[in-house]
Write a protein that binds this ligand. Sequence first.
Ligand code: ZN
Length: 521
Amino acid sequence: MSQIIIYDTTLRDGSQTEGVSYTVNDKVKITAKLDELGVHYIEGGWPGSNPKDKDFFAMMKGKKLKNAKLAAFGSTRRANIKPEEDTNLNELIASETPTVTIFGKSWDLHVKDVLKTTLDENCAMISDSITFLKKHKREVFYDAEHFFDGYKNNPSYALKTLLAAQKAKADCIILCDTNGGTLPDEITAIAKEVRKKIKTQLGIHTHNDQGLAVANSLAAIKSGCVQVQGTFNGLGERCGNADLCTIMAILHTKLKMKSIPDSKIKLLMDASYYISEVSNYNLTSNHPFVGHSAFAHKGGVHIDAMLKNPMAYEHIKPELVGNHRRLLTSELAGKMPIILKAQKMNINIDKNSPIAKEIMKELQEKEYQGYQFEGADASFELFMKRRLKLYEPFYYLEGFKVYTERRLDGSVGAGATVRLKVNGHDEMAAVEGNGPVEVLDRALRTALLRTYPSLNDIHLSDYKVRVLDTKAGTGARVRVLIESHDQHDSWTTVGVHDNVIEASWEALVDSIEYKLLKEKK
Ligand SMILES: [Zn+2]
């Protein structure tokens, strides 16, 4: 079984993503997560290019990593100077990382038009810089930038640059498809040629401009590259880098190759969402392997088949990568999801029983009114439990009132009063604040806190309103989705009404009921 070295550059190449900007603290957090996952190398940044990356390496000096080696990134020396005089190379040494990765030019077009130096001087820049870093006892990886474009244009020169890196004793030479324009069969052919002529270990670094970064990385691995560079979730400038998450999942589940420890592969989904959270970058739900929808089934026929044999519509067991199967609830899905949810709640409903039929009809009616339970599992569970009378309501609403006001000075405020009956006694709360939903939420929780102190732990993390009938303008029906979380969980609830406050109330009530029900279990 071959072992593939995972080199993560989320913190360097990934930080080039439009809209992503890491603080030093974000970088420390992501480093810890990647280290825990067991990736072999974490490229922390380019100390010669910005002070934030320099701060990060300074901060990491005192920290010990459990699994990964930290790498600092930079370029070869500038033309016509000694490596000792190059500030960029000196910054790399000052970072005190065990590994240093430098990039240099393999494409003659870049040497002539961008660096504006001679082809020979470029080769000297590569070998001098590597020799200098090796003299300082660093493990040195050499990124051959634009290697595939360079090879297509001038193969003998592109190879000459690699030979310069090899002669200077680079520990690994990484072939880069920097512009992301190469096709998998070209990668295979070129990597195999290089493999014949270069003895040094080879790696691959691809970009996703054609949606082929993962395919290209795999082609290179199959052609003899043992290191793969990429980012989590495929972050990176333009269309991003190769997605390490997908690559690792494929290596383990399909190619029977090793990368991070087998036991860590099931943490991929968790790591992926964690990193997208810290990066403040939304992971699309159809993301391969780790997205929320990656194993979500909607069609009734599919779901029926899935129940007979899960492999009918799944290419792997979702648990292998830490994901799980979801059977979506909708008109399309037939009765199966209802039956399955019921099974999860330890109730057996016969798919042909009258109650299953009734619930199905009510659900279709609700969907017709504008409810969407696909994004609101918690409301669905409550709907079922209410319908099957599986719990006593925790309180009864006597009434609520919400106002918003705009004052003479132009400031805007809101207030809410909520009256409830809890365990036979009356509770009332009145609060003031900024917005109508916020005050309604706080008033409801304040009225309940004396009886249910755990409601203090709930936070609303997302609030979405969608207008369902755009033609009717402000008279239209709205659907509100609320995402709430406590220390352990997050859950989503839904409300639908012509009145946005009532729709919000409904979703808030579900959120609180769900939390209380969860606690009772
Ligand atoms: Zn890159």
